[in-house]
Design a protein around this ligand. Structure first.
Ligand SMILES: Nc1ncnc2c1ncn2[C@@H]1O[C@H](COP(=O)(O)OP(=O)(O)OP(=O)(O)O)[C@@H](O)[C@H]1O
Ligand SMILES: [Mg+2]
Length: 343
């Protein structure tokens, strides 16, 4: 798709229905993604363990969900466990459950995520973060699909497909003794390497248009992508991958001077430190919240004023602000009564 086509107003809607999470058409935008689609289709109905690798934000979760959605387990649960987000001392119980009294605070028996994933898929994200002890337990589960709860003696059978993901270099982790070689080979029956966005730039326009439609609908905006902006997006390095693109389009939609933001983004890339630092996104989100709040305030103010035919005293009562504050807000937001508007 050329950048020029993106000005077409109905284009985003045409794309909209195709990008349903788990839908295989998500992987049609680039030959390397189509190769991933082929793997997904060929393994979907097997119970093969799958290892998904790739930098942060490339779409590993989407691949995992697509495998589940394409498999005969699709009616069953899809359970995601982020192994980095749960303290390691709690992770064993989170994964495998515990019996009453297994440890201080275990007041009753609790099933683990493996039990919940029965007849479905369990997706173990950030697998490299598992301790060696938990890696050993997981290896046993993968061998015979049986495990015991923490503090339990009996073995439970589970019928689940295991998908693991990581953005770490497992070979280096193995060389350092931090990741078990036997688990690596057990997980790695099939491996999907999701390429970084900078290696599949052809996907950028389609993704940008999709995110634009999504955020326009979400924030009630009608922003469009100018061909120049699209050209900038195509040039950028995207070290935060699709997630970073998604955040950039969100800001573009929410901020009134969104186009300038894209310019700033590309200028940043040309500085001596080309890696766009992660804090930029965090900072950006705060700014989004502030701007979003301002925008919401402006919208609410305009709506109320219209409803009360610009009776400011009544508007200040409805909005629960003083008359003076209301006047300040009207002028801050640049609102004018209909009769004084110039066209
Ligand atoms: N092909 C795509 N179409 C639409 N959205 C996408 C696509 N690929 C990724 N995304 C979106 O980008 C964001 C990041 O994707 P995802 O969470 O799958 O990445 P990840 O590789 O799992 O990242 P991490 O390593 O940080 O867990 C999500 O919001 C996801 O919906
Ligand atoms: Mg993920």
């Amino acid at each position: 798709m050329s950048a020029g086509q993106l000005d077409s107003a109905d284009r985003p809607l045409a794309q909209k229905d195709r990008r349903i999470v788990g839908h295989l058409s998500l992987f049609d935008g680039h030959p390397r993604m189509r190769a991933i689609r082929t793997i997904i289709e060929s393994i979907a109905d097997t119970d093969t363990t799958l290892l998904i690798r790739g930098e942060s934000g490339v779409g590993k979760d989407l691949v995992a969900r697509a495998v589940h959605a394409a498999s005969s387990r699709r009616q069953g649960p899809f359970i995601k466990v982020n192994c980095a987000a749960i303290p390691q001392e709690l992770l064993e119980s989170e994964l495998f459950g515990h019996e009453k009294g297994a440890f201080t605070g275990a007041h009753r028996r609790k099933p683990g995520q493996f039990e919940y994933a029965n007849k479905g898929t369990i997706y173990l994200d950030e697998i490299a973060e598992l301790t060696l002890a938990l890696q050993a337990k997981l290896l046993h589960v993968l061998q015979d699909f049986r495990f015991s709860r923490v503090g339990g003696h009996g073995l439970l059978d589970v019928d689940t497909r295991v998908i693991a993901a990581t953005n770490r270099n497992l070979e280096e982790a193995m060389a350092r003794g931090e990741f078990r070689e036997d688990l690596y080979y057990r997980l790695n029956v099939v491996e999907i390497q999701v390429p970084p966005l900078r290696e599949r730039r052809e996907e950028i326009p389609g993704l940008a248009v999709w995110f634009l439609a999504k955020f326009n609908a979400q924030y009630g905006r009608q922003k469009q992508l100018l061909p120049e902006t699209m050209a900038r997006l195509m040039e950028y390095t995207w070290s935060g991958n699709v997630r970073e693109l998604e955040n950039v389009i969100r800001r573009l939609v929410v901020l009134t001077d969104g186009e300038q933001m894209v310019e700033a983004l590309v200028d940043r890339r040309r500085t001596a430190h080309p890696e766009p630092p992660r804090p930029m996104v965090v900072e950006g989100l705060r700014e989004i919240a502030r701007r979003g709040a301002r925008e919401a305030e402006r919208k609410a103010l305009a709506e109320v004023l219209q409803r009360v035919h610009w009776n400011r005293a009544e508007a200040s009562r409805i909005l629960k602000v003083s008359y003076k504050t209301l006047l300040n807000k009207i002028s801050e937001c640049g609102l004018t009564p209909p009769s004084r508007r110039t066209f």
